[in-house]
Write a protein that binds this ligand. Structure first.
Ligand code: PLO
Length: 509
Protein backbone atom coordinates (compact mmCIF):
# COMPACT_ATOMS: atom_id res chain seq x y z
CA UNK A 1 0.00 0.00 0.00
CA UNK A 2 2.69 2.50 1.02
CA UNK A 3 4.71 1.50 -2.04
CA UNK A 4 1.70 2.27 -4.20
CA UNK A 5 1.21 5.65 -2.52
CA UNK A 6 4.85 6.59 -2.91
CA UNK A 7 4.76 5.53 -6.56
CA UNK A 8 1.64 7.67 -7.12
CA UNK A 9 3.20 10.71 -5.41
CA UNK A 10 6.36 10.21 -7.42
CA UNK A 11 4.37 10.08 -10.64
CA UNK A 12 2.49 13.26 -9.75
CA UNK A 13 5.75 15.01 -8.91
CA UNK A 14 7.26 13.89 -12.20
CA UNK A 15 4.21 15.04 -14.12
CA UNK A 16 4.25 18.50 -12.63
CA UNK A 17 8.01 18.75 -13.16
CA UNK A 18 7.56 17.75 -16.80
CA UNK A 19 4.80 20.32 -17.22
CA UNK A 20 7.03 22.99 -15.75
CA UNK A 21 9.89 22.11 -18.08
CA UNK A 22 7.54 21.97 -21.05
CA UNK A 23 6.10 25.37 -20.09
CA UNK A 24 9.60 26.80 -20.02
CA UNK A 25 10.56 25.19 -23.32
CA UNK A 26 7.37 26.26 -25.07
CA UNK A 27 7.32 30.00 -24.59
CA UNK A 28 4.02 31.72 -23.86
CA UNK A 29 2.54 33.43 -26.92
CA UNK A 30 3.91 36.89 -27.31
CA UNK A 31 0.69 38.89 -27.70
CA UNK A 32 0.76 42.67 -28.16
CA UNK A 33 0.85 44.55 -24.87
CA UNK A 34 -2.62 44.60 -23.37
CA UNK A 35 -4.85 47.04 -21.56
CA UNK A 36 -5.93 45.71 -18.18
CA UNK A 37 -9.22 43.85 -18.21
CA UNK A 38 -11.82 42.32 -15.92
CA UNK A 39 -13.91 39.21 -16.38
CA UNK A 40 -17.10 39.71 -18.48
CA UNK A 41 -16.65 43.40 -19.30
CA UNK A 42 -13.06 43.08 -20.46
CA UNK A 43 -11.27 46.42 -20.88
CA UNK A 44 -14.47 48.42 -21.30
CA UNK A 45 -13.89 50.48 -18.16
CA UNK A 46 -11.11 52.26 -20.10
CA UNK A 47 -13.78 53.50 -22.51
CA UNK A 48 -16.11 55.06 -19.93
CA UNK A 49 -17.42 58.35 -21.27
CA UNK A 50 -15.66 58.04 -24.64
CA UNK A 51 -17.82 57.94 -27.75
CA UNK A 52 -15.08 58.91 -30.20
CA UNK A 53 -13.35 55.51 -30.29
CA UNK A 54 -10.88 56.47 -33.02
CA UNK A 55 -9.58 59.34 -30.87
CA UNK A 56 -9.37 57.19 -27.75
CA UNK A 57 -7.49 54.45 -29.63
CA UNK A 58 -5.18 57.12 -31.07
CA UNK A 59 -4.44 58.49 -27.60
CA UNK A 60 -3.88 55.08 -26.00
CA UNK A 61 -0.73 54.76 -28.13
CA UNK A 62 1.02 57.11 -25.71
CA UNK A 63 0.80 54.46 -23.00
CA UNK A 64 0.73 51.19 -24.91
CA UNK A 65 2.62 51.83 -28.15
CA UNK A 66 1.16 51.66 -31.65
CA UNK A 67 0.12 47.98 -31.47
CA UNK A 68 -1.83 46.91 -28.41
CA UNK A 69 -4.58 44.56 -27.38
CA UNK A 70 -7.68 44.77 -25.25
CA UNK A 71 -10.84 42.87 -24.46
CA UNK A 72 -14.21 44.10 -25.68
CA UNK A 73 -16.35 42.00 -23.39
CA UNK A 74 -14.89 38.57 -24.03
CA UNK A 75 -13.49 39.34 -27.49
CA UNK A 76 -9.74 39.70 -27.87
CA UNK A 77 -9.13 42.81 -29.99
CA UNK A 78 -5.84 44.00 -31.45
CA UNK A 79 -5.62 47.68 -32.34
CA UNK A 80 -3.25 48.64 -35.16
CA UNK A 81 -2.22 52.30 -35.33
CA UNK A 82 0.78 52.13 -37.62
CA UNK A 83 0.68 51.87 -41.42
CA UNK A 84 3.40 49.21 -41.69
CA UNK A 85 1.45 46.89 -39.42
CA UNK A 86 -1.75 47.85 -41.26
CA UNK A 87 -0.18 46.87 -44.58
CA UNK A 88 0.97 43.57 -43.11
CA UNK A 89 -2.62 42.84 -42.08
CA UNK A 90 -4.30 44.07 -45.26
CA UNK A 91 -1.78 43.22 -47.97
CA UNK A 92 0.85 40.69 -46.91
CA UNK A 93 -1.54 38.57 -44.83
CA UNK A 94 -4.77 39.79 -46.43
CA UNK A 95 -6.33 36.33 -46.69
CA UNK A 96 -5.35 35.27 -43.16
CA UNK A 97 -6.91 38.44 -41.79
CA UNK A 98 -9.74 38.38 -44.32
CA UNK A 99 -12.51 37.40 -41.89
CA UNK A 100 -15.16 39.59 -40.34
CA UNK A 101 -16.31 39.21 -36.74
CA UNK A 102 -19.99 38.29 -36.44
CA UNK A 103 -21.95 41.13 -34.84
CA UNK A 104 -25.63 41.42 -33.94
CA UNK A 105 -26.12 44.67 -35.87
CA UNK A 106 -24.24 43.75 -39.04
CA UNK A 107 -25.85 40.29 -39.12
CA UNK A 108 -29.20 42.00 -39.10
CA UNK A 109 -28.16 44.41 -41.83
CA UNK A 110 -26.65 41.74 -44.07
CA UNK A 111 -28.89 38.70 -43.39
CA UNK A 112 -26.07 36.97 -41.54
CA UNK A 113 -23.27 38.09 -43.79
CA UNK A 114 -24.71 37.51 -47.27
CA UNK A 115 -23.37 40.84 -48.47
CA UNK A 116 -19.80 41.87 -49.29
CA UNK A 117 -18.72 44.38 -46.62
CA UNK A 118 -19.70 42.39 -43.53
CA UNK A 119 -19.35 38.84 -44.85
CA UNK A 120 -16.49 36.47 -44.16
CA UNK A 121 -13.91 35.56 -46.76
CA UNK A 122 -15.38 32.64 -48.75
CA UNK A 123 -15.76 31.36 -52.34
CA UNK A 124 -19.23 32.87 -52.69
CA UNK A 125 -17.95 36.19 -51.28
CA UNK A 126 -15.16 36.21 -53.86
CA UNK A 127 -17.72 35.58 -56.57
CA UNK A 128 -19.94 38.46 -55.34
CA UNK A 129 -16.96 40.84 -55.34
CA UNK A 130 -15.89 39.77 -58.81
CA UNK A 131 -19.40 40.29 -60.17
CA UNK A 132 -19.68 43.76 -58.68
CA UNK A 133 -16.21 44.64 -59.86
CA UNK A 134 -16.93 43.70 -63.45
CA UNK A 135 -20.36 45.37 -63.35
CA UNK A 136 -18.78 48.58 -62.05
CA UNK A 137 -16.20 48.59 -64.80
CA UNK A 138 -18.81 47.74 -67.40
CA UNK A 139 -21.17 50.56 -66.45
CA UNK A 140 -18.68 52.91 -64.92
CA UNK A 141 -15.02 53.25 -65.45
CA UNK A 142 -14.93 51.84 -68.95
CA UNK A 143 -17.70 53.88 -70.50
CA UNK A 144 -18.57 57.51 -70.81
CA UNK A 145 -22.11 56.81 -69.61
CA UNK A 146 -21.35 57.28 -65.95
CA UNK A 147 -19.50 60.52 -66.53
CA UNK A 148 -22.59 61.82 -68.29
CA UNK A 149 -24.86 60.73 -65.46
CA UNK A 150 -22.66 62.41 -62.84
CA UNK A 151 -22.51 65.61 -64.90
CA UNK A 152 -26.32 65.61 -65.16
CA UNK A 153 -26.62 65.29 -61.41
CA UNK A 154 -23.99 67.99 -60.86
CA UNK A 155 -25.94 70.29 -63.18
CA UNK A 156 -29.15 69.60 -61.31
CA UNK A 157 -27.38 70.35 -58.01
CA UNK A 158 -26.17 73.65 -59.47
CA UNK A 159 -29.73 74.51 -60.50
CA UNK A 160 -30.95 73.99 -56.96
CA UNK A 161 -28.09 76.08 -55.60
CA UNK A 162 -28.94 78.94 -57.93
CA UNK A 163 -32.64 78.71 -57.10
CA UNK A 164 -31.95 78.96 -53.35
CA UNK A 165 -29.10 81.40 -53.86
CA UNK A 166 -27.95 83.49 -50.94
CA UNK A 167 -30.49 82.04 -48.52
CA UNK A 168 -29.10 79.58 -45.94
CA UNK A 169 -29.28 76.04 -47.27
CA UNK A 170 -28.59 72.65 -45.71
CA UNK A 171 -26.75 71.07 -48.62
CA UNK A 172 -26.77 67.56 -47.14
CA UNK A 173 -30.04 66.30 -48.70
CA UNK A 174 -29.16 67.90 -52.05
CA UNK A 175 -25.72 66.28 -52.12
CA UNK A 176 -27.23 62.98 -51.02
CA UNK A 177 -29.78 63.08 -53.82
CA UNK A 178 -27.12 63.77 -56.44
CA UNK A 179 -24.93 60.92 -55.23
CA UNK A 180 -27.93 58.61 -54.72
CA UNK A 181 -29.06 59.14 -58.29
CA UNK A 182 -25.66 58.13 -59.62
CA UNK A 183 -25.71 54.90 -57.59
CA UNK A 184 -29.38 54.41 -58.47
CA UNK A 185 -28.57 54.53 -62.18
CA UNK A 186 -25.80 52.03 -61.59
CA UNK A 187 -27.79 49.61 -59.46
CA UNK A 188 -31.35 49.97 -60.76
CA UNK A 189 -31.21 52.14 -63.87
CA UNK A 190 -33.50 54.68 -62.17
CA UNK A 191 -33.32 58.05 -60.38
CA UNK A 192 -35.19 60.28 -57.93
CA UNK A 193 -36.73 63.73 -58.40
CA UNK A 194 -36.56 66.31 -55.62
CA UNK A 195 -39.22 65.54 -52.99
CA UNK A 196 -39.80 61.95 -54.17
CA UNK A 197 -41.35 60.14 -51.17
CA UNK A 198 -39.27 57.03 -51.83
CA UNK A 199 -36.12 59.17 -51.64
CA UNK A 200 -37.29 60.77 -48.38
CA UNK A 201 -37.90 57.29 -46.94
CA UNK A 202 -34.43 56.25 -48.03
CA UNK A 203 -32.83 59.27 -46.36
CA UNK A 204 -34.56 58.37 -43.14
CA UNK A 205 -33.82 54.68 -43.00
CA UNK A 206 -30.22 55.21 -44.02
CA UNK A 207 -29.67 57.68 -41.18
CA UNK A 208 -31.24 55.17 -38.78
CA UNK A 209 -28.85 52.48 -39.98
CA UNK A 210 -25.77 54.72 -39.78
CA UNK A 211 -26.79 55.69 -36.23
CA UNK A 212 -27.04 52.12 -35.00
CA UNK A 213 -24.87 49.73 -37.01
CA UNK A 214 -21.27 48.55 -36.47
CA UNK A 215 -20.12 51.19 -34.01
CA UNK A 216 -18.86 48.84 -31.30
CA UNK A 217 -22.06 49.41 -29.35
CA UNK A 218 -22.89 47.40 -26.22
CA UNK A 219 -25.27 45.36 -28.37
CA UNK A 220 -22.38 44.15 -30.52
CA UNK A 221 -20.10 43.53 -27.56
CA UNK A 222 -22.72 41.70 -25.48
CA UNK A 223 -24.93 39.86 -28.01
CA UNK A 224 -27.26 38.59 -25.28
CA UNK A 225 -28.57 42.18 -24.93
CA UNK A 226 -30.58 41.55 -28.11
CA UNK A 227 -33.00 39.48 -26.03
CA UNK A 228 -33.93 42.52 -23.94
CA UNK A 229 -35.79 45.63 -25.08
CA UNK A 230 -33.27 47.87 -26.81
CA UNK A 231 -34.00 51.18 -28.54
CA UNK A 232 -31.13 50.98 -31.04
CA UNK A 233 -32.02 47.44 -32.04
CA UNK A 234 -35.68 48.36 -32.54
CA UNK A 235 -34.68 51.32 -34.74
CA UNK A 236 -32.25 49.21 -36.76
CA UNK A 237 -34.85 46.49 -37.31
CA UNK A 238 -37.42 49.04 -38.49
CA UNK A 239 -34.95 50.71 -40.87
CA UNK A 240 -33.70 47.43 -42.31
CA UNK A 241 -37.30 46.38 -42.87
CA UNK A 242 -38.09 49.57 -44.82
CA UNK A 243 -34.90 49.17 -46.86
CA UNK A 244 -35.63 45.52 -47.61
CA UNK A 245 -39.15 46.30 -48.79
CA UNK A 246 -37.80 48.86 -51.25
CA UNK A 247 -35.12 46.46 -52.46
CA UNK A 248 -37.55 43.58 -52.80
CA UNK A 249 -39.81 45.71 -55.02
CA UNK A 250 -36.85 46.53 -57.25
CA UNK A 251 -35.87 42.86 -57.47
CA UNK A 252 -39.39 41.78 -58.44
CA UNK A 253 -39.56 44.46 -61.17
CA UNK A 254 -36.12 43.52 -62.49
CA UNK A 255 -37.06 39.84 -62.60
CA UNK A 256 -40.23 40.66 -64.55
CA UNK A 257 -38.37 42.74 -67.11
CA UNK A 258 -35.25 40.58 -67.23
CA UNK A 259 -33.68 39.66 -70.55
CA UNK A 260 -30.15 38.35 -70.66
CA UNK A 261 -29.59 40.29 -73.90
CA UNK A 262 -30.08 43.64 -72.28
CA UNK A 263 -28.27 43.99 -68.99
CA UNK A 264 -28.67 47.61 -67.95
CA UNK A 265 -27.62 47.77 -64.31
CA UNK A 266 -25.99 45.95 -61.42
CA UNK A 267 -29.18 44.14 -60.48
CA UNK A 268 -29.54 42.77 -64.03
CA UNK A 269 -25.88 41.76 -64.03
CA UNK A 270 -26.33 39.84 -60.76
CA UNK A 271 -29.54 38.20 -62.00
CA UNK A 272 -27.74 37.07 -65.15
CA UNK A 273 -24.83 35.67 -63.13
CA UNK A 274 -27.27 33.81 -60.87
CA UNK A 275 -29.05 32.27 -63.87
CA UNK A 276 -25.74 31.30 -65.47
CA UNK A 277 -24.60 29.66 -62.27
CA UNK A 278 -27.86 27.76 -61.96
CA UNK A 279 -27.64 26.55 -65.56
CA UNK A 280 -24.15 25.17 -64.97
CA UNK A 281 -25.23 23.65 -61.66
CA UNK A 282 -22.48 21.08 -61.82
CA UNK A 283 -20.23 23.70 -60.18
CA UNK A 284 -22.58 24.40 -57.32
CA UNK A 285 -21.67 23.04 -53.92
CA UNK A 286 -24.26 23.20 -51.15
CA UNK A 287 -24.10 26.54 -49.39
CA UNK A 288 -22.22 28.08 -52.27
CA UNK A 289 -25.05 29.12 -54.54
CA UNK A 290 -25.92 32.73 -55.20
CA UNK A 291 -29.33 33.06 -53.54
CA UNK A 292 -31.82 35.93 -53.81
CA UNK A 293 -30.58 36.98 -50.37
CA UNK A 294 -27.00 37.26 -51.66
CA UNK A 295 -28.21 39.24 -54.60
CA UNK A 296 -30.28 41.66 -52.53
CA UNK A 297 -27.61 42.14 -49.88
CA UNK A 298 -24.93 42.78 -52.52
CA UNK A 299 -27.00 45.50 -54.13
CA UNK A 300 -27.89 46.88 -50.68
CA UNK A 301 -24.20 47.16 -49.85
CA UNK A 302 -23.21 48.89 -53.06
CA UNK A 303 -26.16 51.22 -52.74
CA UNK A 304 -25.55 52.00 -49.06
CA UNK A 305 -21.80 52.37 -49.44
CA UNK A 306 -22.17 54.35 -52.64
CA UNK A 307 -24.46 56.89 -51.03
CA UNK A 308 -23.20 57.24 -47.49
CA UNK A 309 -19.46 57.46 -48.15
CA UNK A 310 -19.31 59.89 -51.07
CA UNK A 311 -21.95 62.16 -49.54
CA UNK A 312 -19.98 62.27 -46.31
CA UNK A 313 -16.79 63.31 -48.11
CA UNK A 314 -18.64 66.01 -50.06
CA UNK A 315 -20.13 67.39 -46.84
CA UNK A 316 -16.67 67.43 -45.19
CA UNK A 317 -15.27 69.26 -48.19
CA UNK A 318 -17.90 72.01 -48.08
CA UNK A 319 -17.36 72.33 -44.31
CA UNK A 320 -13.60 72.70 -44.74
CA UNK A 321 -14.02 75.21 -47.58
CA UNK A 322 -16.02 77.38 -45.17
CA UNK A 323 -13.10 77.23 -42.74
CA UNK A 324 -10.49 77.86 -45.45
CA UNK A 325 -11.86 80.40 -47.96
CA UNK A 326 -8.33 80.79 -49.36
CA UNK A 327 -8.36 77.12 -50.42
CA UNK A 328 -11.73 77.62 -52.08
CA UNK A 329 -10.40 80.66 -53.91
CA UNK A 330 -7.33 78.78 -55.11
CA UNK A 331 -9.48 75.96 -56.51
CA UNK A 332 -11.63 78.51 -58.29
CA UNK A 333 -8.62 80.32 -59.75
CA UNK A 334 -7.33 77.01 -61.08
CA UNK A 335 -10.70 76.18 -62.64
CA UNK A 336 -10.99 79.67 -64.15
CA UNK A 337 -7.54 79.39 -65.68
CA UNK A 338 -7.87 75.88 -67.04
CA UNK A 339 -11.51 75.78 -68.04
CA UNK A 340 -12.79 79.33 -68.10
CA UNK A 341 -16.49 79.97 -68.02
CA UNK A 342 -17.64 78.61 -71.33
CA UNK A 343 -17.59 74.91 -70.72
CA UNK A 344 -18.32 72.56 -67.89
CA UNK A 345 -15.73 70.28 -66.23
CA UNK A 346 -15.12 66.77 -67.51
CA UNK A 347 -13.13 63.87 -66.10
CA UNK A 348 -10.32 64.61 -68.54
CA UNK A 349 -9.76 67.89 -66.71
CA UNK A 350 -8.56 66.07 -63.62
CA UNK A 351 -4.96 66.19 -64.74
CA UNK A 352 -5.22 69.96 -65.22
CA UNK A 353 -6.72 70.67 -61.80
CA UNK A 354 -4.08 69.33 -59.37
CA UNK A 355 -5.02 71.72 -56.57
CA UNK A 356 -8.60 70.43 -56.52
CA UNK A 357 -7.32 66.86 -56.60
CA UNK A 358 -4.93 67.66 -53.74
CA UNK A 359 -7.81 69.15 -51.74
CA UNK A 360 -9.82 65.94 -52.17
CA UNK A 361 -6.80 63.87 -51.05
CA UNK A 362 -6.33 66.07 -48.01
CA UNK A 363 -10.01 65.79 -47.02
CA UNK A 364 -9.76 61.99 -47.28
CA UNK A 365 -6.69 62.15 -45.03
CA UNK A 366 -7.85 64.54 -42.36
CA UNK A 367 -11.39 63.14 -42.10
CA UNK A 368 -11.25 59.50 -43.23
CA UNK A 369 -14.69 58.14 -44.11
CA UNK A 370 -14.30 55.04 -41.93
CA UNK A 371 -11.82 55.98 -39.17
CA UNK A 372 -11.58 52.40 -37.86
CA UNK A 373 -12.46 50.67 -41.16
CA UNK A 374 -14.62 47.59 -40.49
CA UNK A 375 -12.90 45.16 -38.05
CA UNK A 376 -11.08 42.16 -39.51
CA UNK A 377 -10.80 38.70 -37.95
CA UNK A 378 -7.76 36.41 -37.97
CA UNK A 379 -8.83 33.16 -39.63
CA UNK A 380 -5.85 31.23 -38.19
CA UNK A 381 -3.01 31.67 -35.68
CA UNK A 382 -0.66 34.24 -37.15
CA UNK A 383 1.44 37.29 -36.30
CA UNK A 384 1.75 41.04 -36.76
CA UNK A 385 5.32 42.31 -36.63
CA UNK A 386 7.03 40.40 -33.83
CA UNK A 387 3.77 39.66 -32.01
CA UNK A 388 1.62 36.54 -32.04
CA UNK A 389 -2.03 36.86 -32.96
CA UNK A 390 -4.38 34.00 -32.12
CA UNK A 391 -7.06 32.70 -34.46
CA UNK A 392 -10.33 34.54 -33.88
CA UNK A 393 -8.71 37.80 -32.75
CA UNK A 394 -10.51 40.91 -33.99
CA UNK A 395 -8.21 43.40 -35.70
CA UNK A 396 -9.16 47.07 -35.59
CA UNK A 397 -7.08 49.23 -37.90
CA UNK A 398 -7.10 52.83 -36.76
CA UNK A 399 -6.98 54.78 -40.01
CA UNK A 400 -7.31 57.98 -37.99
CA UNK A 401 -3.94 57.27 -36.33
CA UNK A 402 -2.38 56.32 -39.68
CA UNK A 403 -3.53 59.61 -41.21
CA UNK A 404 -2.49 61.65 -38.16
CA UNK A 405 0.91 60.03 -37.50
CA UNK A 406 3.33 62.80 -36.55
CA UNK A 407 6.31 60.80 -37.77
CA UNK A 408 4.76 60.65 -41.22
CA UNK A 409 2.83 63.90 -41.60
CA UNK A 410 3.98 67.41 -40.85
CA UNK A 411 1.44 69.01 -38.49
CA UNK A 412 -1.13 66.27 -39.19
CA UNK A 413 -3.96 68.23 -37.54
CA UNK A 414 -3.62 71.06 -40.04
CA UNK A 415 -5.68 71.15 -43.22
CA UNK A 416 -3.16 71.74 -45.97
CA UNK A 417 -3.92 70.51 -49.52
CA UNK A 418 -0.48 71.77 -50.59
CA UNK A 419 1.16 68.79 -48.86
CA UNK A 420 -0.11 66.60 -51.71
CA UNK A 421 1.54 68.74 -54.41
CA UNK A 422 5.11 68.78 -55.72
CA UNK A 423 7.14 71.94 -55.29
CA UNK A 424 5.87 73.50 -58.53
CA UNK A 425 2.32 72.81 -57.45
CA UNK A 426 1.66 71.06 -60.74
CA UNK A 427 1.65 67.40 -59.83
CA UNK A 428 -0.17 65.50 -57.13
CA UNK A 429 1.71 62.92 -55.09
CA UNK A 430 1.52 61.36 -51.64
CA UNK A 431 4.29 62.61 -49.33
CA UNK A 432 3.87 59.57 -47.06
CA UNK A 433 2.86 55.93 -47.41
CA UNK A 434 0.86 56.32 -44.22
CA UNK A 435 -2.26 56.95 -46.30
CA UNK A 436 -4.98 54.37 -46.94
CA UNK A 437 -8.28 56.20 -47.50
CA UNK A 438 -9.74 53.26 -49.46
CA UNK A 439 -8.06 50.46 -47.50
CA UNK A 440 -5.90 47.90 -49.31
CA UNK A 441 -5.66 44.22 -50.18
CA UNK A 442 -8.38 41.64 -50.75
CA UNK A 443 -11.05 43.79 -49.14
CA UNK A 444 -10.02 47.11 -50.71
CA UNK A 445 -12.90 49.50 -51.46
CA UNK A 446 -14.77 48.47 -54.63
CA UNK A 447 -15.96 51.98 -55.30
CA UNK A 448 -12.69 53.90 -55.29
CA UNK A 449 -12.77 54.80 -58.99
CA UNK A 450 -16.42 55.76 -58.89
CA UNK A 451 -15.96 57.83 -55.72
CA UNK A 452 -13.05 59.77 -57.20
CA UNK A 453 -15.04 60.51 -60.34
CA UNK A 454 -17.98 61.80 -58.33
CA UNK A 455 -15.92 63.87 -55.91
CA UNK A 456 -14.08 65.56 -58.75
CA UNK A 457 -17.13 66.29 -60.88
CA UNK A 458 -19.49 67.45 -58.11
CA UNK A 459 -16.84 69.75 -56.64
CA UNK A 460 -15.53 71.18 -59.90
CA UNK A 461 -19.05 71.86 -61.19
CA UNK A 462 -20.22 73.62 -58.03
CA UNK A 463 -17.02 75.58 -57.40
CA UNK A 464 -16.84 76.74 -61.01
CA UNK A 465 -20.18 78.46 -60.48
CA UNK A 466 -20.59 79.17 -56.76
CA UNK A 467 -18.73 80.45 -53.75
CA UNK A 468 -19.68 78.90 -50.42
CA UNK A 469 -19.75 80.97 -47.26
CA UNK A 470 -21.27 80.97 -43.79
CA UNK A 471 -24.73 82.60 -43.94
CA UNK A 472 -25.22 85.79 -41.90
CA UNK A 473 -26.22 85.02 -38.34
CA UNK A 474 -24.80 81.48 -38.52
CA UNK A 475 -21.53 80.30 -36.98
CA UNK A 476 -18.81 78.19 -38.54
CA UNK A 477 -19.64 74.49 -38.04
CA UNK A 478 -17.13 72.65 -35.84
CA UNK A 479 -15.00 70.20 -37.81
CA UNK A 480 -15.69 67.47 -35.23
CA UNK A 481 -16.94 64.22 -36.66
CA UNK A 482 -19.22 61.80 -34.85
CA UNK A 483 -17.79 58.29 -34.70
CA UNK A 484 -19.84 55.52 -36.26
CA UNK A 485 -19.68 53.19 -39.24
CA UNK A 486 -18.79 56.41 -41.09
CA UNK A 487 -17.39 59.57 -39.49
CA UNK A 488 -20.49 61.75 -39.54
CA UNK A 489 -20.47 65.44 -40.42
CA UNK A 490 -22.38 67.91 -38.23
CA UNK A 491 -25.45 69.56 -39.78
CA UNK A 492 -24.81 73.08 -41.02
CA UNK A 493 -26.10 75.66 -43.47
CA UNK A 494 -24.27 77.42 -46.26
CA UNK A 495 -24.80 80.39 -48.49
CA UNK A 496 -24.03 79.59 -52.14
CA UNK A 497 -23.37 82.77 -54.11
CA UNK A 498 -23.32 82.64 -57.89
CA UNK A 499 -19.96 83.89 -59.10
CA UNK A 500 -19.82 87.14 -61.15
CA UNK A 501 -19.02 85.48 -64.47
CA UNK A 502 -22.10 83.26 -64.27
CA UNK A 503 -24.66 85.88 -63.41
CA UNK A 504 -25.62 86.41 -67.04
CA UNK A 505 -25.48 82.74 -68.03
CA UNK A 506 -27.96 79.89 -67.93
CA UNK A 507 -26.63 76.59 -66.65
CA UNK A 508 -26.94 74.02 -69.36
CA UNK A 509 -25.18 70.76 -69.92
C1 PLO B 1 -24.59 52.89 -44.75
C2 PLO B 1 -26.06 52.93 -44.46
C3 PLO B 1 -26.80 52.01 -45.43
O1 PLO B 1 -28.19 52.10 -45.19
C4 PLO B 1 -26.29 50.59 -45.28
C5 PLO B 1 -24.81 50.54 -45.47
C6 PLO B 1 -24.28 49.61 -46.31
C7 PLO B 1 -22.85 49.46 -46.58
C8 PLO B 1 -21.92 50.19 -45.60
C9 PLO B 1 -22.53 51.58 -45.31
C10 PLO B 1 -23.95 51.49 -44.69
C11 PLO B 1 -21.57 52.43 -44.46
C12 PLO B 1 -20.16 52.51 -45.06
C13 PLO B 1 -19.57 51.13 -45.32
C14 PLO B 1 -20.55 50.37 -46.22
C15 PLO B 1 -19.76 49.17 -46.68
C16 PLO B 1 -18.34 49.69 -46.85
C17 PLO B 1 -18.32 51.09 -46.23
C18 PLO B 1 -19.31 50.42 -44.01
C19 PLO B 1 -23.90 51.01 -43.24
C20 PLO B 1 -17.03 51.40 -45.52
C21 PLO B 1 -16.72 52.82 -45.29
O2 PLO B 1 -16.26 50.55 -45.19
Amino acid sequence: MTVLLVALLLMLALLSFWRMVKGKLEPKPNYPRGLSSLPVIGSLFHFAGHTQLHLLFHRLQQTYGSLYSLYMGSNFVVVVNNYLHAKEVLLKKGKIFGGRPRKVTTDLLSRNGKDIAFANYSPIWKCQRKLVHSALSMFGDGSLALEKIICQEAASLCEILSATQDSPLDMAPELTRGVTNVVCSLCFNSSYQRGDPEFEAMLQYSQGIVDTVAKESMLDIFPWLQFFPNKDLALLKKCVQVRDQLLQQKLVKHKEMFSSDSVNDLMDALLRAKLNMENNNSHLLPGQELTDDHLLMTVADIFGAGVETTTTVLKWTVLYLLHYPEVQQKIQEEIDQELGFNRYPLLDDRQHLPYLEATISEILRIRPVAPLFIPHEALMDTSIGEYDIPKGAHIVINLWSIHHDEKEWEKPGEFNPGRFLDKDGKRIYSPSSSYLPFGAGVRVCLGEVLAKMELFLFLSWTLQRFTFSVPEGHTLPEPEGKFGVVLQVPTFKVKATLREAWKSKVIDQ
